[in-house]
Design a protein around this ligand. Structure first.
Ligand code: FES
Ligand code: FES
Length: 152
């Protein structure tokens, strides 16, 4: 089994995995980073989103061999329960979630959006999040949280 060195949340992590193992499995199972969630496993829901060199990508479809030296950031890299990042704090303040299963993807996509577009319009937020599914239907509050984060 090949060994890979991944740059995860600012640290080099060494893992042994088959080349086609999805990054999501490596993060959750080998590195115990449980921010990214398994939703559909088909690239259709966004629950597994991480950043790769700052871009939001779906880790369930990304084989570990394709990553190389690109910087991986997970939800844990944005903040912690004790010190939430600004997007995480805005989701808390707006009580944007119900079950919370979609939270990882919503927050990771929103953080990438705000890095590129610090003051997005409501339409830009809705467009950025259009591919992320929330089975609880809290889209309006999530959108409001992103706009709040942009102002903070
Ligand atoms: S679990 Fe990756 S997009 Fe649904
Ligand atoms: S809050 Fe339940 S899936 Fe979005």
């Amino acid at each position: 089994m090949p060994r890979y060195t991944l740059q995860v949340n600012g640290a080099a992590r060494h893992i042994d995995a088959d080349a086609d193992t999805p990054l999501l499995y490596v993060l959750r199972d080998a590195l115990a980073l449980r921010g990214p969630k398994f939703g559909c496993g088909l690239g259709q829901c966004g629950a597994c989103t991480v950043h790769l060199d700052g871009q939001a990508v779906r880790s369930c479809l990304l084989p570990v061999q394709a990553i190389g030296t690109q910087a991986i950031t997970t939800l844990e890299g944005l903040g912690s329960a004790a010190q939430p990042g600004r997007v995480q704090q805005a989701f808390i303040d707006e009580q944007a979630l119900q079950c919370g299963y979609c939270a990882n993807g919503m927050i990771m996509v929103s953080a990438a959006l705000l890095a590129d577009t610090p003051r997005p319009s409501r339409e830009q937020v809705q467009q950025a999040l259009a591919g992320n599914l929330c089975r609880c239907g809290t889209y309006q509050r999530i959108c409001q949280a992103v706009l709040r984060a942009a102002e903070s």
